[in-house]
Write a protein that binds this ligand. Sequence first.
Ligand code: T46
Length: 136
Amino acid sequence: MEIETKEFRTSKNQTGALTFIEGCKDILFEINRVYYIYDVAPGERRGFHAHKTLEQYLICVHGSCKILLDNGMEQSTVQLADPNEGLYVGPGTWREMYDFSDGAVLLVLASDYYTEDDYIRDYQAFLDYVRNEGIR
Ligand code: T46
């Protein structure tokens, strides 16, 4: 399946690095929520859901982690290990996050507020959803 990553603009010099992300320029959806995942214990796996409408960019701003994406027909795995790389995850995509390195921080820019109604947390329900909605 097609994976959409984006390299955000970064200023680097001898004093360090600074990555910047601007609404409407770098991210085409309106950013309504930011959250971050950290302190993930070794071997833990998170996610196991899809969203009906939510769009997100996932950025591992410290350390590394892997993301499994599944569109109901195909799966792909991406390693995020660069703080200026964003992975787009759109609606109708099952995701699992795993292999978090020690101290990893996964930052997420989301198009909407949190609502449990937007989640599909059962894999068979996800398969039915993408087939019925004609997403894939
Ligand atoms: C996603 C992946 C990448 C809130 O109350 N507000 C929030 O904004 C979020 C994101 C979560 N929560 C609550 C819901 C659960 O009781 O925090 C708890 C943990 O959430 P969840 O188990 O959904 O976390 P992950 O890491 O499995 O998934 C999260 C996002 O929920 C999800 O949208 O795409 O990160």
